[in-house]
Every structure is written in C-alpha cells, then in structure tokens.
Design a protein around this ligand. Structure first.
Ligand code: SRM
Ligand code: SF4
Length: 572
C-alpha cells in the first residue's frame, strides 16, 4: 500500500490528520471520556474520533442561550447513526432499534437521506447501551460517520424482485470490502470494557492509520429508477442488467457530492460523471482502488477541499480514470447504455411479478415519532410485529414494507390507516416528494430551520399550486438548513438552502431524473420573496409548459436559470 502521507507530505496536514494518526486506530481517549461523569461531553479530539464510531456530540440549540445565561454547560446529547447498507432490515431488527429509541432517544427514530436511522439526544451515560444494543441486532455504527466509506446505498423501490436482490447483495459485499477493521469498535462498544489494547495489533489494509482525507460515498442505482441520486455520490454505480434481468456489471460515475461552504466559491456541489463500465466480478477490486486513489491523492491539508470531486477537478476526470486503470489488472470498458426516468420514490402498493407486494409509505422528513394525530413510531412498531418480509429505507427518508404476501396486505393497510401512516394518500405532488434535512435544533452546522419549517412552507406553496391548477404536479423540492446539502437540495427542481435564520438561497431548474443540478435564482431571501417568485413561475409553467414537461425542465428551457456545466467527457 502507498503510504497515505507520502503523496501529501509537502502540505501542512490539517489538525484532524494528526488526531487520527495518534488515535491508535480510533481509540483516542474515548473510554476515559465516557467514564467521566462530571460533564455530559467528551474532549474535542475524541468528538472527532467518535464520528468514525457512528456518533456525533451535539447540543440542543433551542436551549443553548438560556443555559449559557444560567451558566450551565450546553445540553449535550449524542446523535447515533446506524450503518445499514442498502437500507434493509428485518422486523426483529426494527423492533430492537425502535426499543432503543423509546428508551434513550429524544425524538424517536429518524430515517436519513442515506437510507438508515439516526437517534438524537442520547445521553453520554447511555451511549454504550445504544451502540452496543445496535450491535446486538447484528448491525453496526462503525463508519456511519467519519473519514471513511459511508453507508453504501442502493435502489430499493419496488423493482423486479430479483433485480433488487442482486444489487442489494453487491451493496452488502461492497460495504464489507471497504469498511474499517479497527478492533477499537469491539473494545469500546461491544465488550464494553475500558481500554483492552493499544491498537498495536490493528491493521487497516485499505484505509491506513489516518483513514481517508474525508468521507467517501458509494451508491448503486438500478435504471430506470434513480431513487438514490446516483450522481450525488463520490462514486456512483449504475447497475446494468441483461434482458432477462440478470445483473451484468456496473457503469462507474465518480466525482459527485453536494457540500459547499457559504461564501467560498472554491467549494461547490458537483455531479458525478461516467468513466466506464466493469463486469460485476470486478466491482470490489475497482471500488477498493477507487478509494485508494482518493486515499493517496485527496487533500489532507484543507478539509473543505478534501472530497473526491476536488481531487478530480484539480487533476482532471481523465487523470482519475487513468490512475484508477493503472492500478487494475483488467481494463475499464466504455460505459453501457442506460436511461433514468425519475428520481424520488413511488408510493403505495406494487406487485413485483412473483406474488410479493411492497408498500412504500411517505414518512415526512423520515421522522418516526408519535404525535397525537399521527403516532407513526407506534404504528411502524405494530407493523413490525406482524410483518413477515423486510423493511427497506429509501434515500428520500421513506420506508418500503417489502415482500408482503397478498393475504397479509389488509392487515397492514388497517395499521397504516389506524396510526396515520397514510401520508401518501391524497398528498399533493409537491408534498409527496419534498425532502428536508434535520437542521435545528440538533445539527451544529444549521444556519436556518429545515425539517421543522418544511410543513409550514409546503402548506403555503400548495395554496399557490392549487391556484395554478398544479396540485398533482410532482415537483421535487429539497430544503436544507445550510449549504452542506444533506437533503441534496442542489438536485431539487426547487432547492432551498439555509443561509441565516429565516433566509434561504432559492435555487431552481434541476431535472426530474437526478441528472442535472439546479442554479441559484435568488440569494439569501425570506419566505415572502420565495413565495412571490414561485407564484409567478408556477403561473408561467402552467401557461407555457409543453406536454409532459416537468417544472425544472421548463425553467431551464425558458432560460429562467442556466444549469451548471458538467466536466468534459473522458476518452476510452
Ligand atoms: Fe450530512 C454533516 C445530517 C446526508 C453532506 N450531516 C452533517 C451533520 C453530521 C452535521 C455536522 O457535521 O455536525 C448532520 C447531523 C444533523 C443531525 O442533527 O442529525 C448531517 N446528513 C445528515 C442526514 C441525517 C440528513 C437527513 O436529514 O437525513 C443524512 C445522514 C445520511 C447518512 O445516513 O449517512 C445526511 N449529508 C448527507 C448528504 C446526502 C447524501 O449523502 O446522499 C450529503 C450531501 C452529499 C455529500 O456528501 O456531499 C451530506 N453532511 C454533509 C456535509 C458536507 C460535506 C462536504 O464535503 O462538503 C456535512 C458537513 C461536513 O461533513 O463537514 C454534513
Ligand atoms: Fe445540518 Fe446543514 Fe446537513 Fe442540514 S444540510 S443537516 S443544516 S449540516
């Protein structure tokens, strides 16, 4: 393996590189911090290492100022994220995860935009119970956050069942192939003992002891459904099937990611671009080396510049392809044809031709918590008690109750109605597909509300759409509380990116299949400006659209926004 520090040796390394290097494979002093009961927090260096274990130290920002006035320490709580490749879990696992949420989390279970769960508000003294409890279900939190390969996502929407099974198998294999190997995780959370080793025996054959320069995301899409936003991944994989629905291989699309920093033009969202195709038997080796290229060439000096997209843009897409090729004993082939029809989920029941049924439910912002009118967390628990198939989380924060026998459908439908899980029934096209990131009060980076504000804004936008006869129009709206873009807002036909309390960048004009970014339309504006602008544009759309044209495509065609350019194509 190339020494990870060799290539960047002339650069000043970021502070986190030193923390990782000295951490003895992610141990740091986390064990001591957990034992210290004089504070609800852990040391700053350990908060960085804890991320690799799947947890963030946060504080409740709603009470931050008041506690400061009272000279109390912040109201610390930990976010815990489950690693759930492909987003699939059994009813037994659902019940176990739900039980942990009921006992320890402040706000139920939260389905994320990478098809897994988060818990919020876990007290330090319960962190071992929660992470250990997740491990006891057969899942893990290792590498759910941190500078490593994150949860590998894959298409889940009802497809020919065999197609889903085939790509899911590869999502699992890929995650296993590139995940960290440190035994610190076992020691800290599973054996639940204070330090048992100094990490001297540990090895990270792929990641090395400083892990990656930054997070690295893989996702597998199954055309025609781009329900994972494959071009938003650091390394997107487009599954290619033959006419008998047998998986042949994968198109390779590196260089996507959403994150940007407000006011820093050197940071930007970017879509991934195609560099070729490999048969499925070469997938693991290809991905291993793709990660290794970024390990060796990614920027370890400037974290804002450390994602694969910047490595690619600094050196060229062709360079990346050639570098990857030079490490592989087989040829990367030209990409195979494919076509995406849409991104987002398809709701309601679908039969997949094998007598099995799948129900996709809309879970607003993925938040499963009981409210008086919609006790969604309890409802899903009741469904898990009778369901014989599996659950699949989606990258739009929804859930598929998958593999249901025809005879069991009525019982599930009854629970869906009883517990108010029927948000997809009668919802406007806009509401069905709207996404919001967590933002306040837990996210330390939030500049504006997102999840808590989305329902209010949707109501106001629906009134406008109604007036223009567009209630059923499936317009994709994505909102985030800051430019990091956790709801992939740069891929929304309407994107709202938080800049300050009550202020958002209004971005417009992405397409409907997740193949084009939107562009800035109004910067740092409040609700009144957003509503007025969209009212006018909805009116024009209703009057001037061509047959079947989507809102984002209309905005681009009419020249209302100019979509950003893609990278030049590579030579094969
Ligand atoms: Fe994210 C950081 C939540 C998907 C780009 N993200 C965060 C943190 C951990 C805030 C922090 O660093 O202190 C947020 C925790 C909030 C909270 O209170 O829970 C957070 N991100 C989320 C989730 C939960 C959003 C959601 O509403 O579902 C998603 C969890 C996904 C998962 O299960 O792994 C989530 N984040 C994404 C995505 C979407 C995706 O991957 O498809 C992106 C855009 C793609 C990308 O990676 O660029 C994304 N999150 C970021 C970034 C920008 C990274 C960058 O390189 O620019 C940050 C900030 C950072 O890492 O420094 C960030
Ligand atoms: Fe937090 Fe920003 Fe991500 Fe929203 S987009 S969860 S505000 S980091």
């Amino acid at each position: 393996m190339t020494d990870t520090l060799t290539i960047t040796k002339n650069k000043k390394l970021s502070a986190l590189e030193h923390i990782k290097e000295q951490s003895r494979f992610l141990r740091g002093t986390i064990d001591l911090g957990l034992a210290d009961r004089t504070t609800g927090s852990i040391s700053e260096a350990d908060t960085k290492l804890l991320k690799f274990h799947g947890s963030y130290q946060q504080d409740n920002r709603d009470v931050r100022d008041e506690r400061r006035r009272q000279k109390l320490e912040p109201d610390y709580g930990f976010m815990v994220r489950v690693r759930l490749p492909g987003g699939v879990l059994t009813p037994r696992q659902w019940l176990d995860l739900d039980d942990l949420a009921s006992r320890h989390a402040s706000s139920g279970l939260r389905i994320t935009t990478r098809q897994t769960f988060q818990y919020h508000g876990i007290r330090k003294e319960h962190l071992r119970d929660v992470i250990g409890g997740i491990a006891a279900t057969g899942l893990s939190t290792l590498a759910a956050c941190g500078d490593d390969v994150r949860n590998v996502v894959c298409s889940v929407n009802p497809l020919p069942s065999s197609s889903h099974a085939q790509v899911y198998e590869w999502a699992l294999k890929l995650m296993e192939h590139v995940k960290p190997h440190t035994t610190a995780y076992q020691e800290l959370w599973i054996d639940r003992r204070e330090r048992t080793s100094d990490g001297a025996q540990d090895e990270e054959p792929l990641l090395g002891k400083t892990y990656l320069p930054r997070k690295f995301k893989f996702g597998i899409a199954v055309p025609p459904y781009n329900d994972i936003d494959v071009f938003a991944q650091d390394f997107g994989l487009i599954a290619i099937f033959d006419e008998r629905h047998q998986l042949q291989g994968f198109n390779l699309a590196p260089g996507g990611s959403m994150g940007a920093t407000a006011g820093d033009a050197k940071t930007y969202p970017a879509l991934a671009d195609l560099i070729g195709y490999v048969p499925k038997e070469h997938l693991l080796e290809t991905c291993w080396h793709a990660v290794a290229v970024q390990r060796d060439f990614g920027d370890r000096g400037e974290r804002k510049h450390a994602r694969l997209k910047y490595t690619i843009d600094d050196r060229g897409l062709q360079w990346f392809r050639d570098e990857l090729q030079s490490r592989l004993p087989f040829g990367i082939e030209p990409p195979r044809p494919y076509r995406f029809e849409h991104h987002g989920d398809c709701f309601g029941w679908v039969e997949t031709g094998d007598g099995r049924w799948h129900l996709t439910l809309r879970i607003p912002s993925g938040r499963l918590i009981d409210t008086p009118d919609r006790p969604r967390q309890s409802g899903m628990r009741e469904i898990a008690r009778i369901h014989q198939g599996e659950f699949r989380m989606t990258c739009d924060q929804n859930v598929v109750i998958a593999n249901v026998a025809a005879k069991d459908k009525d019982a599930i439908d009854a629970l869906v109605r009883r517990y108010g899980l029927d948000d997809h029934v009668g919802a406007s096209g806009l509401r069905l597909h709207a996404l919001a990131c967590v933002a306040l009060p837990t996210c330390g980076l939030a500049m504006a509300e997102s999840e808590r504000y989305l329902p209010t804004l949707l109501g106001k936008l629906e009134a406008l759409l109604e007036r223009h006869g567009l209630r059923e129009e499936p317009i994709h709206l994505r909102m985030s509380g800051c430019p990091n873009g956790c709801s992939r807002p740069y891929m929304g036909e309407i994107g709202l990116v938080g800049r300050a309390v009550g202020k958002y960048d209004l971005r417009l004009g992405a397409d409907h299949a997740g193949e084009r970014l939107n562009a800035l339309y109004r910067e740092n504006v409040g609700e009144d400006v957003i509503l007025a602008a969209l009212d006018g544009l909805f009116g024009r759309f209703a009057a001037e659209r061509t047959a079947g044209e989507h809102f984002g495509d209309f905005l681009a065609r009419a020249g209302i926004v100019e979509p950003p350019r893609r990278r030049p194509a590579v030579q094969y």
